[in-house]
Design a protein around this ligand. Structure first.
Ligand code: HEM
Ligand SMILES: [Cu+2]
Length: 610
């Protein structure tokens, strides 16, 4: 791809566009806005709301695991029919909807929807996305999805013991294919499938937009290898979405057809469920698992890669050093994404798979450790010998790296077939994915909120509260999730409403109580984040264009940037990581600053030409 050379014409044309615009009403400006910045902020607040909701569902799960069959405080009143208890069906619904909300309504949209939208045009020097109306639709398709998921709680055989879809966020048949299979398999499961389909529509509209924008709308001089790693990560994530998502959508339609049209893709013959007539299909439940994970394994990278990119940018800035190994960072992102397509079988090691096939899935999965290790090594290399600034951004970024190491290492255990046969479907798995999704991604998101908040609102967030929020979340997180490794090794299965019915698990109750208390602490800590956000939007200290003295194009625009982002088309002269460049007075070097006079000493000349 070639770089566009700036012409006086394009500069003037763009300038005109940035200034000469029309007055639009409140609704068009803030509700049905086509401005990528507003859409990004809409995504951010929606996902934070969903994060709180999903967190409450998780606390419901934790309540039952710590105090089984005891009346739930406060919320117990809502299901009086059960005597305020969490029934087994209700427990199943709680973890299903917790995971559904966290994955489809929090992590995926916060990364691509909130940060992708806000950052892509700003960081590549464009005035907006390639398709602004499509972009607006991608946000507004989230709400029908949220409503479908919401409806699935109620439009069922009655709120109460039978409430909600309960086949897990993985929706394995037969639970999800046969209406009679379980209390949640009826109408609730239908609305769940509708919700996932709509989230998919939203994601796909975003993905097309991001790819087009990044390929076509980069500012003059912004070559591919001058793009910040955030943009590389968003680009690769968009490609992942585009290739993986159609498989899930197709599988969803097949499942719908099984439920509504009498097909039997996933329903085998002769199964009797709940005393209904034997099924007459010739299908295979395992087919769903293959199709589902063909999407969902790449999707776990959709939930991680953007945060990796963002953390790379923040770590370089807060270490005042160039990113260590920029190109290896790009190639390792691409390698993780590419390998991510050929490992899905590791979710099915215990399904009676041919050992030769299991072996190939094992090897390909373990190979992902290589690019992952390159990234970890390079993040540490970036910090090594830097002038580290220990603020909220740095703390959360280091939280990301360290928790990713823990989650990544437990991944290698699970990738090994003999080990996985023992720990499959135990709490070890739950520990692993929370370390990656929460420990890594969510800490990256907290760092990103603090880092780009000044650009969003023109004000800084409160530093002491930010640090306290990090500290409490970090302690609460590890208190909640580290013991899950031990539970898993002790054999505690996931998705059991009462594991203590098995005598060999009875002694694990105190550890579960400790974890629940840690989770409650962590839940409360999130109010610090919300309070900090609400306060800082109105009362935070005002800041200029570049409060962190960073290099990227977004820091050239006003804070917050107006409609059209830049006053004139930014021209990009170098990569985004020129921190502490030798021979300069300042320790940062904006991508837009024209090259200065020739360096004096030969050493500086060598440094400048390399
Ligand atoms: C407030 C913090 C959180 C707590 C206390 C929590 C707790 C739990 C618990 C207890 C389970 C049930 C495990 C089982 O019995 O199988 C669970 C499942 C799950 N959680 Fe979380 N979680 C939290 C945050 C998150 C976040 C941020 C994400 C994703 C971004 C997430 C994703 C999942 C997933 C995918 C499952 C699997 C559910 C299933 O078995 O189908 N959780 N969580
Ligand atoms: Cu996987």
């Amino acid at each position: 791809m070639s770089t566009i050379t700036p012409t006086a014409d394009s500069l003037a044309g763009h300038g005109d566009h940035a200034h000469g615009h029309h007055d639009i009403g409140f609704i068009r400006k803030y509700v049905f806005s086509t401005d990528h910045k507003i859409i990004g902020i809409q995504f951010l607040f929606t996902t934070l709301l969903m994060l709180m909701f999903g967190g409450f569902l998780a606390l419901g799960v934790r309540w039952q695991l710590a105090f089984p069959w005891e009346t739930m405080p406060i919320f117990g009143q809502f299901f009086a029919a059960q005597g305020g208890q969490v029934s087994p069906e209700f427990y199943t619904m709680l973890f299903t909807m917790h995971a559904t909300v966290m994955i489809f309504l929090v992590i995926i949209p916060v990364l691509a929807g909130a940060f992708g939208n806000f950052l892509i045009p700003l960081m590549i020097g464009a005035d907006d996305m390639a398709f602004p109306v499509l972009n607006m639709l991608s946000y507004w398709f989230m709400w029908p999805a949220i409503m479908c998921f919401g409806a699935s709680f109620f439009l069922n055989e009655g709120f109460g013991p039978n409430a909600g879809p309960a086949a897990g966020w993985t929706s394995y048949p037969l639970l999800s294919a046969l209406v009679e299979a379980a209390p949640g398999s009826g109408t609730a499961q239908f609305w769940w499938l509708m919700g996932v389909t709509l989230v998919g529509v939203s994601s796909m509209m975003g993905s097309v937009n991001y790819m087009t924008t990044i390929i076509n709308m980069r500012a003059p001089g912004m070559t591919l290898f001058r793009m910040p790693l955030t943009i590389w990560a968003m680009f690769i994530t968009a490609i992942l979405q585009a290739f993986a998502l159609p498989v899930l959508t197709a599988a969803g339609f097949m499942l719908m057809a099984d439920r509504l049209l009498g097909t039997c893709f996933f329903i085998p013959a002769g199964i009797v469920v709940n005393n209904a007539a034997p099924t007459v299909g010739g299908g295979q439940p395992l087919l769903w698992q293959h199709l589902f994970w063909f999407y969902s394994h790449p999707a776990v990278y959709i939930m991680l890669l953007p945060a990796m990119g963002m953390v790379s940018d923040m770590l370089a800035c807060m270490s005042r050093k160039p990113i260590f190994g920029y190109k290896p960072m790009v190639y390792s992102l691409a390698a993780i994404a590419g390998l991510g397509f050929i490992v899905w079988g590791h979710h099915m090691f215990t399904s009676g798979m041919n050992p030769a096939l299991g072996m190939t899935f094992m090897v390909s999965t373990i190979m992902i450790a290589l690019p992952s290790a390159v990234k970890v090594f390079n993040w540490i290399g970036t910090m090594w010998g830097g002038r580290l600034v220990f603020n909220t951004v740095m703390l959360n970024s280091v939280g990301f790296v360290s928790m990713f190491i823990v989650g990544g290492l437990s991944g290698i255990f699970m990738a090994a077939v003999p080990v996985d046969i023992y720990i499959h479907d135990t709490y070890f798995i739950v520990a692993h994915f929370h370390y990656v999704l929460f420990g890594a991604t969510l800490f990256g998101v907290f760092a990103g909120i603090t880092f780009w908040f000044p650009k969003m609102f023109g004000r800084m967030m409160n530093e002491p509260i930010g640090q306290l929020h990090f500290l409490l979340t970090f302690i609460g997180f590890n208190g909640t999730f580290f013991p899950m490794h031990l539970l898993g090794i002790a054999g505690m299965p996931r998705r059991y409403a009462d594991p203590y019915l098995h005598p060999y698990l009875e002694h694990l109750l105190p550890m579960n109580q400790f974890m629940t208390i840690s989770a409650i602490l962590m839940g409360f800590a999130q109010f610090l984040l919300l309070g900090n956000l609400a306060y800082s939007i109105f009362f935070g200290p005002k800041c200029g264009r570049n409060p962190w003295e960073a290099n990227g194009l977004e820091w050239v625009a006003p804070s917050p940037p107006g409609h059209g982002n830049f006053e004139t088309v930014p021209v990009c002269y170098r990569g985004p990581y020129e921190y502490s460049a030798p021979g300069r007075d300042e320790d940062f070097w904006l991508q837009t600053e024209p090259p200065g006079p020739r360096p004096e000493t030969p050493g500086q000349a060598a440094a400048a030409s390399s």
